[in-house]
Design a protein around this ligand. Structure first.
Ligand code: SF4
Length: 527
């Protein structure tokens, strides 16, 4: 039997802490991207949660792909499947609609987020559905379905454990695979004890034991599955040739959501179609191994229609809502089109050093991390979300990790250029501005100070004499360098110059006769 740990603080104090976290989250979401990132960096608990989780997931994924050549071949096949989909997208969608309809699944098309919410509400309303259980679905997060339905008197309960926790906390997911990755065990225990309620209105005892926490949530959710009027789920892949909706999950909540209530509504983006079942295994292999480091998830659901007359279980109606919400625009963009290859595995986030430090909520969007930086400005508008594009050092780790080879760094650069070009015609009506432009470059978002620093840096690296002078001063005067340098050192240490410059080291090792240009072009200098 699990041992239940009782904390030293009272129930009231726990509730106060949970409420404070809710307010901090709400406050953070009102702020500008840079302020959100700063708040995250200053939160030691959050940083520890993200760094620990990212390292854990990266390690698990690595263990799943011990053979580099096998991984490369699998990635080739996964990329080919996704590119095949994009090359045939209009035809495949038509075929999918025909075969789903033949199977008895009703297909709906939604051009915008609002239209999707309206359609789903109409289906629920027609069936007099007042309570909904939801399986995990990022598209429903994207279109903010819960808010829409709750505002119209429909109760929506998230049934994925992570989603359930963020719903209890009145927050949003901070990772596309692990929505509550930002919370540690103690925070979850306090949250469950303060806010979770059984169907007869009782609270749950405080426990930090993982099995207890899951058991308590399971008991609450099981009641809801049995009584909910409708289930709403996502879709990982929709197979055009057979008219089948595929859903991977680990908790069984997806299967309950799609089979227990009489009405099932599946919601997905138009890019999730594949042509044939033969393409499914490679994509599933890549998805589950990259996402959670599992060979296969515990459940793999295939939905090919409502319950047949001779069957005992299953929904009486199945609907599929295919959401565009900006995807057609992405589809028609020559460079940004690969965005739609995404299988939402989350590996790019786990491998991103920026995401691992600032966490998901700092991005202020449903999709955080590298894929969020690519998707969100395209569907939510670059004016509103362009700032998140600065949260990237272009180290390329996301592109290396992506199982379907989406060239994420290239797409981020493309969008950065677009964000900057929005300012191209913005010239302050004075001649001083024109002088600044000459230094900064047209359309730049750099400040004059930044531009001057970079110009100086480039000049020093391009002029051997200046370069030697600079490294000489840096190494000799290293003790004089400040330990703090304004915002740069708020959350990290100021790097100290090495005791010897590269030239000195080369001289000591008898390599000083190299041509001048070779030595100075090495950016790994000691400074
Ligand atoms: S961009 Fe690639 S790595 Fe990131 S979530 Fe999508 S498929 Fe996974």
């Amino acid at each position: 039997m699990n041992q239940i740990r009782v904390t030293q603080i009272s129930a009231d104090e726990m509730a106060t802490l949970v409420n404070r976290e809710e307010h901090e989250f709400a406050d953070m979401q009102q702020r500008h991207f840079k302020a959100r990132a700063k708040m995250s960096l200053e939160n030691d608990e959050l940083r520890a949660s993200f760094l620990g989780a990212s390292n854990f997931l990266v390690g698990k994924r690595k263990a799943m792909f011990p053979d580099e050549d096998e991984l490369a071949a699998l990635r080739d096949r996964g990329e080919a499947v996704r590119q095949h989909t994009l090359n045939q997208l209009p035809d495949l969608l038509e075929k999918l609609e025909n075969n789903l309809t033949a199977n008895g699944i009703v297909v709906h098309w939604a051009e915008t987020a609002d239209e999707a919410c309206h359609l789903i509400h109409k289906i629920l309303d027609t069936n007099n559905a007042k309570t909904v259980v939801k399986g995990k679905s990022m598209v429903t997060e994207e279109i903010e379905l819960n808010h829409y339905l709750e505002a119209r008197g429909i109760e929506c309960l998230e049934s994925d454990m992570g989603e359930y926790l963020v719903q209890l906390a009145k927050e949003t997911p901070s990772h596309i695979i692990m929505p509550a990755i930002h919370k540690n065990k103690q925070q979850i225990a306090r949250l469950m004890h303060s806010r979770a309620e059984t169907s007869d209105g009782k609270g749950v005892p405080y426990s930090e034991d993982v099995d207890d926490l899951i058991g308590n949530a399971r008991a609450i959710l099981r009641d809801k599955f049995m009584t909910a009027d409708a289930g709403i789920s996502g879709v990982n892949m929709a197979v055009a040739n057979s008219g089948t909706l595929c859903l991977v999950e680990n908790e069984g909540n997806g299967r309950m959501t799609t089979t227990a209530p009489k009405l099932h509504i599946a919601v997905t983006g138009i890019e999730k179609v594949v042509e044939d079942f033969s393409q499914v295994p490679d994509v599933v292999k890549l998805l589950t191994r990259s996402a959670t480091g599992q060979k296969i998830t515990t459940y793999f659901n295939m939905i090919s229609g409502p319950k047949k007359p001779e069957e005992k279980d299953g929904p009486e109606q199945v609907h599929l809502v295919l959401v565009d919400n900006g995807r057609s625009r992405i589809f028609n963009h020559e460079t940004l089109k690969p965005t739609l290859q995404c299988i939402r595995c989350g590996a790019c986030m786990n491998h991103c050093p920026v995401y691992a430090r600032i966490g998901g909520h700092a991005y202020g969007s449903t999709y955080p991390g590298p894929i969020g930086q690519v998707v969100t400005p395209q569907i939510g508008g670059i004016d509103k979300h362009g700032d998140m594009l600065t949260a990237c050092s272009l180290n390329g780790a996301c592109g290396e990790a992506c199982p379907v080879r989406i060239p994420l760094p290239k797409l981020i650069r493309e969008l950065r250029a677009e964000a900057v070009s929005k300012d191209v015609n913005y010239v302050k009506p004075d001649s001083v501005r024109q002088v600044f432009n000459a230094v900064e470059g047209r359309g730049t978002k750099r400040t004059l100070m930044e531009s001057l620093i970079w110009k100086g840096w480039a000049m020093a690296h391009d002029t051997p004499l200046l370069y030697r002078l600079m490294t000489g001063v840096m190494t000799r005067g290293r003790k004089l360098l400040p330990k703090k340098l304004a915002p740069w050192t708020n959350t990290r240490s100021m790097p100290q110059a090495a005791a010897k410059s590269l030239h000195q080291l080369a001289k000591e090792r008898g390599l000083a006769d190299q041509p001048e240009r070779d030595a100075t072009s090495n950016n790994g200098e000691s400074s």
